[in-house]
Design a binder for this molecule. Structure first.
Ligand SMILES: NC(=O)c1ccc[n+]([C@@H]2O[C@H](COP(=O)([O-])OP(=O)(O)OC[C@H]3O[C@@H](n4cnc5c(N)ncnc54)[C@H](O)[C@@H]3O)[C@@H](O)[C@H]2O)c1
Length: 286
């Protein structure tokens, strides 16, 4: 059994914990060692599901984890389902002790964080779940063959599901308050820049851009659109190869109002957990 720790007890963290603790298929694979959340209040409110003995406690996440290790705590896989800042601040430390599964993939759009993770993944591996990135292994194959010519990802969210930084935040507020029912194109350009402006929403673009590393974050084009019609997350992926080769996929994923993760993406994350093992050092898609 893989000893697993979950960092972040939001929608995804709660879903994964529930599966690991109650579904025999996942309970047979994983031994849940700890759960950390930024606010303890949320863990307190769920003590029936996550007993206090599993709470990772400390002033900071770093000190809580160091304390766990110093007290002979063992861990094989750390699952980040919180925020890109957690990966930036603690990803390197985690990799010294365990494999690291990163849901907040936009963390790697910051070149410094990407470099640290690649450097520290010299014994354990970084696992990036494909999440909503349909066809990622095909993009990766084309990249390895040197045939990837273009990659364009459009993500449409209900305005309520967007968590943006300025200047996009104010534009979105104005749009929400207006009576228009038209959609709003918030951004069109390279993936690196939008990852900094919408870190919670463009993990899929970032994941694809990392798989298509010949184009990378600066060469992959991203488009972010807000709409008011429904709550689903819609992702269009357009891949171009040589001699007019083209693939276009559309993923329509129902979502709860305001959720940054669509319904089927929780299941995708879960299956990726089973695959997050055995690849050794380096960065792997799962
Ligand atoms: N890879 C993908 O395709 C993909 C898809 C959807 C979501 N995600 C990412 O996965 C992560 C979890 O998603 P979710 O749906 O569970 O989100 P959520 O908002 O339901 O939960 C996030 C949790 O992280 C905590 N958190 C927020 N900011 C934090 C910070 N700065 N430091 C520490 N903790 C913080 C929150 O308190 C909450 O417990 C998010 O970063 C999200 O962007 C990735």
């Amino acid at each position: 059994m893989r000893k697993i720790g979950i960092i972040g007890y939001g929608n995804t963290g709660q879903f994964l914990c529930r599966k690991i603790l109650t579904d025999p298929k996942y309970a047979a694979e994983f031994d849940l060692k700890f759960v950390w959340n930024r606010s303890m209040e949320r863990l307190k409110a769920h003590r029936d599901t996550i007993p206090e003995s599993l709470w990772l406690k400390g002033e900071t996440l770093e000190s809580a984890f160091q304390n766990y290790i110093q007290n002979d705590g063992e861990i094989d896989l750390i699952v980040e389902v919180a925020h890109p800042n957690v990966v930036r601040d603690c990803g390197g430390l985690f990799l010294e002790h365990a494999d690291l599964y990163v849901a907040s993939i936009t963390a790697l759009a910051d070149a410094n964080t990407e470099n640290i993770l690649r450097e520290k993944a010299n014994k354990n591996g970084v696992y990036l779940p494909s999440g909503a990135a349909w066809g990622i292994h095909d993009v990766q194959k084309m990249n390895q063959l040197g045939t990837l010519r273009g990659l364009h990802v459009t993500m449409r969210f209900n305005a309520d599901a967007l968590r943006l930084q300025e200047p996009l935040k104010s534009r979105l507020q104005t749009y929400i308050q207006s009576n228009t029912q038209e959609e709003l194109v918030l951004y069109e350009g390279n993936v690196r820049d939008i990852a900094a402006l919408a870190p919670n929403n463009v993990n899929t673009m970032t994941c694809l851009a990392l798989a298509g590393s010949d184009l990378g974050l600066d060469g992959t084009q991203g488009c972010l659109i807000a709409q008011k019609e429904h709550d689903a997350h819609i992702i269009d992926i357009e891949v171009e190869g040589p001699n007019g080769f083209k693939v276009h996929t559309r993923r329509y994923n129902p979502a709860k109002k305001g959720a940054v993760t669509g319904d089927e993406t929780y299941n995708s994350f879960l299956i990726s957990l089973l695959k997050a093992k055995g690849q050794g050092a380096g960065v792997h898609f799962c």
